[in-house]
Ligand binder design. Structure first.
Ligand code: NDP
Length: 259
């Protein structure tokens, strides 16, 4: 399937986890992909793998919280691909704590990556999409963007903010052939979830197996969601056939929010 041939994509947080799967999937569908994150080794590995498989890819180190770093990412994209049609704002961090033990620093760190980063990258690439009359912005939010829960106030608030931002970008791009959507996964089989399990072990003294069971219990299918499942939905949103899906928050959660 090469329905993205000729499209040029930027994937933030593309060095591992969901972002890596998204970068690989877009490249398989024919898009040229600029893979961005802070860890040079990780983004270079993903870009090299894509190149070895016959795709077009570049790696860029970027801290999405930093305006100057995002400006450099935009310069790199302009130099490599002379325009960006698809932006996947996947870079994100999580933290868990009760409200009373969430520090202002925790709060601002989570918002800096999840919200400010999504805004800065969108501001860098969305105007070019509007000017060219075609574009896709896909923001990786979370089921925590649609509901709150204990110990995730900062993370849930940041992902709710991503949804409000997404809907506004969707409205601004609608007449110009640009869509913006959010994807809201449940617990993924990635490093972030491994860290969540480790935190539960540390804070509650439960075994790793018990902590994992608590995480799995959130999903009615009792399993972690594969990054490739997120990538498949992103790929659909980026395709020509995704043109009428705009301003949505698409859950990929095994039914977590429908119980
Ligand atoms: P990982 O921790 O495995 O990957 C996160 C990616 O984001 C890494 O590539 C990381 O690279 C990058 N990143 C983090 N901070 C920055 C930054 N300041 N600038 C640039 N890149 C950054 O997490 P996942 O793959 O699990 O998460 C991907 C997305 O999916 C996130 O937005 C997350 O909130 C969301 N999500 C995850 C769920 C889960 O269960 N894991 C569930 C629902 C949503 P580096 O550190 O090198 O910069």
């Amino acid at each position: 399937m090469s329905n993205l041939a000729g499209r040029r994509a930027v994937v933030t947080g593309g060095g591992r986890g969901a972002g890596e799967a998204i970068a690989r999937s877009l490249a398989e569908a024919g898009a040229a992909v600029l893979v961005a994150a802070r860890s040079a080794g990780q983004v270079e590995r993903v870009a090299h793998d894509i190149q070895r498989a016959g795709g077009r890819a570049w790696a860029a180190t970027c801290d999405v919280t930093d305006e100057a770093s995002v400006a450099r990412l935009a310069d790199t994209a302009a130099g490599a691909m002379s325009g960006v049609d698809i932006l996947v704002n996947n870079a994100g961090i999580a933290m868990s704590a009760a409200v009373h033990s969430t520090t202002l620093e925790d709060w601002e760190r989570v918002f800096a990556v999840n919200v400010r980063g999504t805004f800065l990258c969108t501001r860098a690439f969305f105007p070019g999409m509007v000017a060219r009359g075609w574009g896709r912005v896909v923001n990786i939010a979370s089921t925590a963007g649609l509901r709150g829960d204990r110990y995730i106030a900062a993370y849930a608030a940041s992902k709710h903010a991503v949804l409000g931002f997404t809907r506004s970008v969707a409205a601004e791009g609608a007449r110009a052939g640009v869509t913006a959507n959010a994807v809201c996964p449940g617990y993924l089989d990635t490093n972030m979830t491994r860290q969540s399990v480790a935190r539960i072990v540390e804070k509650t003294g439960r075994s790793e197996a018990e902590a994992l069971e608590a995480v799995l219990a959130v999903n009615p299918q009792r399993r972690l969601i594969a990054p490739s499942e997120v990538a498949a939905v992103v790929r659909l949103l980026c395709s020509a056939e995704g043109a009428s899906i705009n301003g949505e928050a698409i859950t990929i959660d095994g039914g977590e929010l429908r119980r």
